[in-house]
Design a protein around this ligand. Structure first.
Ligand SMILES: C[S@@+](CC[C@H](N)C(=O)[O-])C[C@H]1O[C@@H](n2cnc3c(N)ncnc32)[C@H](O)[C@@H]1O
Length: 238
């Protein structure tokens, strides 16, 4: 990998007073963009926390990319991608992808490689998500897009296992444990600049821990006391 080091940021840490709060249009930092295109490493890209709508390079506070944030309303469904705005978002990223995987696909076969624990679903494979991803890695498959739409809670996990005829105890139904082992296995099948789409009740996604930065968040409000479906797109770049 070619790494072109831009001069490090020498200003005070987290001094957001220097950030261009009222950037009227997107003004990309040419060097930073070129560096990205060459797959050079950013020292620390800054997520768009203080100023929604933009991603900034911490070294010079130049805007390098637009961060997409949206909130929409739609009826809920257990088939996540049949919720219109969610399906549109997934399709938007799938169209730009060459090889994709979906370890929790249920009956959805949009990705190149689909899997679901439940043998009654239409997915290509019926394995535990982690085993499926390790199998793809062993076969040398590299995906530029991955879709993570696991059960959202311990209760949903236990319902899924029951429906799949798999006996499970307390350990198997911990969603944090499931997400953690699947995310670790996923890294092994991704290209260097892969995008991961995560769906659930939190916006953690793959996170900085796995070398990802967020590029889009969409909240899908379902009204009443329903939890939102939180849709996160992240790019592998750190
Ligand atoms: C939220 S649903 C996916 C919905 C799908 N994205 C859609 O739009 O229809 C989660 C799926 O994960 C499957 N699942 C649960 N635990 C799993 C595991 N450990 N490995 C693989 N699949 C699992 C369930 O059977 C369920 O179909």
């Amino acid at each position: 990998m070619t790494t072109t080091e831009l001069p490090p940021w020498e200003g005070p840490k987290d001094d957001w007073s220097k950030a261009p709060l009222t950037t009227p249009t997107w003004t990309p930092h040419v060097e930073a963009l070129e560096e990205r295109e060459r797959r050079g490493k950013y020292q620390r890209p800054v997520p768009a926390v203080p100023i929604p709508g933009r991603l900034f390079d911490k070294r010079d506070y130049r805007c390098v990319e637009e961060f997409k944030f949206s909130r929409v309303w739609s009826m809920p469904s257990a088939d996540t991608f049949s919720v219109p705005p969610v399906g549109v978002m997934v399709m938007r990223y799938l169209r730009a992808s060459k090889v994709s995987c979906d370890p929790f696909a249920r009956n959805n076969r949009w990705a190149t490689h689909s899997n679901d624990l439940n043998p009654a679903t239409k997915a290509d494979h019926h394995m535990d998500a982690e085993d499926f991803l390790r199998m793809l890695a062993d076969q040398g498959v590299r995906c530029d897009l991955a879709i993570l739409d696991p059960p959202y809670s311990p209760r949903q996990i236990s319902e899924c296992y029951k429906a799949a005829g798999v006996t499970c105890g307390m350990r198997e139904t911990q969603n944090a444990a499931l997400y953690s082992r699947v995310k670790s296995a996923l890294v092994g099948v991704l290209t260097e600049d892969a995008i991961v789409l995560s769906f659930g009740w939190n916006s953690s996604g793959m996170g900085i821990k796995h070398g990802f930065e967020q590029i889009e968040i969409m909240l899908v409000c379902h009204g009443g006391a329903h939890n939102d479906t939180i849709c996160v797109a992240e790019r592998r770049s750190l």
